[in-house]
Design a protein around this ligand. Structure first.
Ligand SMILES: NC(=O)c1ccc[n+]([C@@H]2O[C@H](COP(=O)([O-])OP(=O)(O)OC[C@H]3O[C@@H](n4cnc5c(N)ncnc54)[C@H](OP(=O)(O)O)[C@@H]3O)[C@@H](O)[C@H]2O)c1
Length: 283
């Protein structure tokens, strides 16, 4: 049985990992901000010494992009130095580490999907602090998996799907960005992929999103269709949108490495969304 430390276990990806992992195969150590602040170097190192995880999955993060702009020191402390602290533990224990990262490391100005070999150029504090986290992980460990994803939604998260459904509940007209492109990715499908990856020794950086591309307007349209809600929806430029802050306009990641080594296929974004919406109504 392997011991896996999920740091940030109350977040949407942390929860999704807990929902699908097999407790007969994996002993889980769950921590979140209330139990262990990953910016506290001494406490993180002590936790590693006492618990000796085989794998660390860093699901922690300051993910509110507006907050990152307002409080850049906080963003760098968690997204960069927190990742460094977990990497030090991984190196000391010879453990594997998974670092969750984002398309925001790119500037979103491209006209074609970004591969793992494209140069990064973050334009936001969130993106820059996440890139700094990636760099620390690369610097401190060899046994790392850096996973960049985008437009992730899952249980309990303050994500686009839940925001669309909340506004729809109020019966208001929804104005949604028609000029932001990405690949909606369910936390559950991302979690499935992470659990597969940690069973391998295929270290490195990966782009992992559901397949297919849409804009925010099309994403909202599909959410409303699946929910059966009849709400007026308008496609507008980002600045006039009710639901999206300014983000890289072209946030499309190509799962290039997964494809060329023929390792893992991510499902289509519409199928994943359907699974999520079904589970949401059942619970
Ligand atoms: N959501 C996306 O679209 C997306 C896309 C690509 C990559 N990612 C990355 O994937 C990771 C997880 O994303 P998510 O969507 O699951 O995020 P999330 O729902 O915001 O969860 C992040 C968790 O980290 C915790 N946390 C914050 N600061 C911490 C600290 N100093 N020490 C310990 N825990 C701390 C948060 O606690 P509080 O809630 O109490 O603050 C929260 O439970 C993040 O690193 C994010 O950058 C997300």
């Amino acid at each position: 049985m392997i011991k896996v430390w999920i740091a940030g276990s109350n977040g949407q990806i942390g929860r999704a990992l807990n929902d699908i992992l097999d407790p007969l195969e994996i002993e889980v150590l769950n921590t979140d901000l209330d139990d262990l602040d990953i910016t506290n170097t001494e406490e993180v190192l002590n936790f590693g010494i006492v618990n000796r995880p085989d794998v660390i999955i860093n699901c922690c993060g300051v993910t509110d992009t507006d907050l990152c702009e307002k409080e850049p020191e906080h963003a760098y402390r968690v997204n960069a130095l927190g990742a460094r602290n977990l990497s030090i533990v991984a190196r000391k224990n010879g453990a594997k580490i998974v670092q969750l990262s984002t398309d925001d490391v790119f500037d979103g100005q491209s006209k074609k999907p970004y591969t793992e070999f494209d140069d990064t150029n973050p334009l936001t504090v969130y993106g820059a602090s996440k890139r700094a986290g990636e760099n620390y992980v690369k610097e401190f460990t060899h046994k790392h998996f850096i996973i960049r994803s985008n437009w992730v939604y899952g249980k309990g998260g303050n994500n686009f799907v839940n925001r669309v459904l909340e506004v729809a509940e109020q019966g208001k007209t929804l104005s949604v960005a028609g000029d932001q492109f990405g690949s909606p990715t369910s936390a559950k499908d991302l979690a499935r992929m992470i659990l597969y990856l940690i069973s391998t020794n295929e270290y490195g950086t990966y782009h992992v999103t559901c397949s297919g591309v849409c804009n925010r307007y099309e994403f909202a349209q599909e959410i409303l269709r699946l929910s059966g809600k009849n709400v007026e929806l308008k496609a507008v430029p980002t600045e006039q949108s009710d639901l999206s802050s300014v983000r890289p306009p072209y946030a499309v990641l190509d799962n290039f490495i997964l494809r060329i080594i023929d390792m893992y296929d991510m499902p289509d974004w519409k199928e994943s969304l359907e699974e999520y919406m079904k589970e949401r109504t059942e619970n």
